[in-house]
Design a protein around this ligand. Structure first.
Ligand code: SF4
Length: 206
């Protein structure tokens, strides 16, 4: 069979080819798990990802452009996903108070509830990992982390992260203020709650 021939060829090609094939298979399984886990909430995986993006991302960075980068889709596709969620009353669009040309996304109370119902989304994937011992999990985490960083550097993946650990973060630049921290990249003060949320521009300190 052609599939078996391909697998045999890759097995003979070396570890990187075999791991690439394993990752492809994993992505297919993760897709299936995502569909199955999102279905009870009446959502598609991309809608679930969008709700989580809005919940976890700093409120002043929830733009459609950042969402499109996070989902790895085109801008028009992200607009379509958002419009579907707006029509269902799960997300609202608001102009950025600092620049009214920019649209920001926020969850409605119904969107917050939908997120809460999705809190166990992808848990079944975790169950499949629970069979590995601590050493194997540690090696897997380090290896996958290196692959993710390489994909990020190549511009193929956007992974948001909180402010701490970012080269642009100035912790307690205005200690005692409501927004005590400062971002030197976007030049604005940041509250503790916002600092803890994800940012697509997070740049790890060396
Ligand atoms: S660029 Fe860094 S410091 Fe600025 S908001 Fe993003 S994570 Fe925080």
């Amino acid at each position: 069979m052609p599939g078996n021939e391909g697998a045999a060829r890759r097995a003979a090609e070396g570890p990187a080819s075999r791991v690439a094939m394993a990752l492809l298979r994993l992505s297919q399984a993760v897709k299936r798990i995502g569909i199955a886990d999102a279905r009870p909430a009446g959502l598609t995986p991309v809608q679930a990802q969008t709700l989580f993006f809005v919940r976890r991302t700093k409120s002043f960075l929830t733009t459609i452009g950042n969402l499109a980068a996070h989902l790895g889709t085109s801008h028009p596709t992200a607009v379509e996903v958002v419009n579907g969620l707006v029509a269902r009353g799960l997300v609202v669009k608001r102009p950025d108070p600092r620049d009214r040309r920019v649209t920001l996304l926020a969850l409605t109370p119904a969107g917050e509830e939908a997120c809460a119902r999705l809190d166990h989304w992808l848990d079944s994937l975790e169950e499949h990992l629970s069979g590995l011992d601590a050493e194997a999990l540690d090696a897997l985490e380090r290896g996958l982390g290196a692959v993710i960083r390489s994909l990020q550097r190549a511009g193929l993946l956007v992974v948001g992260a909180p402010c701490r650990g970012c080269v642009h973060f100035r912790e307690d630049a205005a200690a005692g203020a409501a927004e005590p921290h400062y971002c030197a990249l976007i030049r604005r003060h940041v509250s503790e709650a916002e600092a803890a949320k994800d940012c697509p521009d997070h740049t790890p300190a060396a």
